[in-house]
Structure formats: C-alpha cells, structure tokens
Design a protein around this ligand. Sequence first.
Ligand code: HPA
Length: 247
Amino acid sequence: MGGSALMATGLIIGSGEVSLPGGFERIGGLDTPYGPASDGFFKGQVRGHPLVVSYRHGEPRRFAPHAINYRANLWLLKTLGAERLIAVYAVGGIDGALRPGDLAAPHQIIDYTWGREHTFDATGAAHVDFTRPYDDELNSALAAAARQAGVDLVGGGVYGATQGPRLESAAEIDRLDRDGCTVVGMTGMPEAGLARELGLPMASLCIVVNAAAGRGDDPGRIDMAGFERAAERGFAGVMRLLEALLV
Ligand code: HPA
C-alpha cells in the first residue's frame, strides 16, 4: 500500500458553520464520472492526521440542499483517499432537550427527500444493507473523543432528512416527531446512503442551530438570526472533538 500509513478521514461540512484551521490547501480537479463535485475541497492535517474536507454546498456556498451533487462529492472524497467520513450537519432540534449550540450524533435516519440522485447502483443489484446507517465503531470513537475533550455530545437519536430549501411547517415537524425523529436537516440523505454504497464508514455530527418549526421559545416562527452564532459555537466543539479523535 502506498501513501500514508494513517487512515485519512473525510470531513463533510456545510457552509457558514466553519472556518478551517490554518494550513489547509484548496484542491482543484473536481470532475468525476458523476459530474463536478461542489467547489470547496481542501486537504490538510489535524495533529498529523490527514484530513480531506468537503464543503457540501460549495465554498463559497452555491448549491441548495436538493441541488448538491452528492454522488460526485462522495466519489471524490473516496478518490482523494478518505477511508471514513465524519459528516457535520446544521439541524433543527425536535427533541425539546436539544438546545441551539448542542451537538448530537444520531444513529438512525429517515429519508423524506425526493428526486435526488441517490445511488451509484444503476441496476439496483447491490441493495446495500442500511439497517444501521452509521458506523458503530466510529460512533463509539466519537463518544470517547467527546468525553476526552470535555465536549457534550448527545449520542443516538434519529435524523429526519427533509427536502428543503424551505423550512418545515409545524405539522410536518409534529409528523417527524411521531415518526421518532429527534433532529431535522436537509442534507443527511442521500449522503449517508451513498457513503454506505461506497463502503465508507460514516458518523453524523449534528449541530443544533434552532428549535424546529412550532417548537422552542418562539413556536410561531423560526428565527434565522441565531443560526450562525449557534453554528459557530457548535463547530468549535466539533473541532475540539476532532482533535481528540484524530490521534
Ligand atoms: N429544518 C431543516 N433543516 C434545518 C433546520 C430546520 O429546522 N435547521 C437547520 N437546518
């Protein structure tokens, strides 16, 4: 085997939620057999551990959740050497115990999206198992890293993946709640399914940036003003957690 003996980790992030530490270098050449990936791939190291970073919406942001070329992004991450993936999501909290700025690692997902290119498997012959959509070992490692870094991480829960880009109605959130969803976001699928098809272990790290529609202190509307602050706070925790994970 050539290259680094260390397993490279792929970090998928949204935009606005993050600034990368210094020393990360933008990568060009984003064409794939599935079309161009979102412009915004970087490589660098955290504590000597190789990290490939993909801004799923592009950097600067240009693709709405339903318009992201998820297949190209995932394919390129694998081609660039990522052997496991940490996917960071900004989400709304459905479970009332989750507050803006909190971090959660859901272990399950329900897909409410539609019309997205969601498979590499043209014939459907593979029918990949998706019983446990995220990787148990990686989730355990994340939980241990969070403890070590002193970062509060809520383990478990269910991510409801909605189509967007509009936010949900209160009734839609009630339905997701009845289905068992604890957080809601727009980009969790088809990302997780495609990672499974490529054989890439993935964990989902969710930053709660608002109470979901009809929930929280102001159930009459969602106030976007707090999004960025909560995302920044949450992402600081994500980076501390990664530093503990990537040893
Ligand atoms: N709903 C869907 N996606 C989101 C939300 C939300 O409330 N907040 C951040 N991403």
